[in-house]
Write a protein that binds this ligand. Sequence first.
Ligand SMILES: [Fe+2]
Ligand SMILES: [Fe+2]
Length: 140
Amino acid sequence: MATIAELIYGLNEDLAAEWGTVIRYTYQASKSFGVMGIELREMFAEEIQDELGHAAFLTDAIVDLGGEPTTTPKEFDKPDDLKAMLELDLEMELQDVENYLEHARMAEELGLIELKFKLEEMAADEAGHARELRRILKGL
Ligand SMILES: [Fe+2]
Ligand SMILES: [Fe+2]
C-alpha cells in the first residue's frame, strides 16, 4: 500500500521531469535548423504548452497533498545530432508515461480518484508526444 509521502515524492520526480522537458524542448527548438527545424520548432512550441500545463497541475496537486513542490528541473543530455536528440526525447516521453501510470496506481490505492484519472490523462498526453516523435523519426 502506497503512502501519501511516497506519492508526493513520486509526483515531485514527475514535476522535475516536466520542468526539465520545458527547458529541453525550448533549448532543442533553438537548436533545430533547416526545413526540418521549422516543423520541429512548431511541434516543440505546442508540446511545451502541454508540459507547462502538466507542471502547473502537479504543483497544485503536491501542495494540496501537503507537500513542497520542486522548482528544480531534471538534468538532460544535449546530443548534437538531430536524430539522437529526438531519440532521447522519445525515450524520456515513454519514461514519463510509465511514471504517470505508476503514480496513478498509487493515487487509486489512496482513494484519490481525481488525481488518478488526471495522471492517466497526462500519461496519454505523453504517449501522444511519443507517437508524434516516432512519426518524425521514421522520416529521418
Ligand atoms: Fe508532460
Ligand atoms: Fe511530453
